[in-house]
Design a protein around this ligand. Structure first.
Ligand code: SF4
Length: 74
């Protein structure tokens, strides 16, 4: 898949999903529904250009049980 582990810009952050670690439990989608969505393979993907706050993105990163989300400042 061509967007595998792609870094996506969200507000003032860069967000990456390590797809092989994502179990599709939807925790990040519940926390930040404007930023994360599960794709057809039940893997979290990042919605480019959402205006989520950095703190919320970091909360999603820290809440992911498999550490599949990487959030860094832009
Ligand atoms: S919280 Fe982590 S494991 Fe769960 S859907 Fe999001 S990225 Fe995947």
């Amino acid at each position: 898949m061509d967007n595998q582990d792609k870094e996506v810009i969200v507000a003032n952050a860069k967000v990456k999903i390590i797809r092989k670690n994502c179990t599709g439990d939807g925790v990040c989608v519940s926390l930040c529904p404007s930023t994360f969505v599960l794709d057809a393979e039940n893997k979290s993907t990042v919605i480019e250009g959402s205006n989520e706050t950095f703190d919320n993105l970091k909360m999603a990163e820290q809440s992911c049980p498999t550490h599949a989300i990487i959030v860094t400042s832009k």
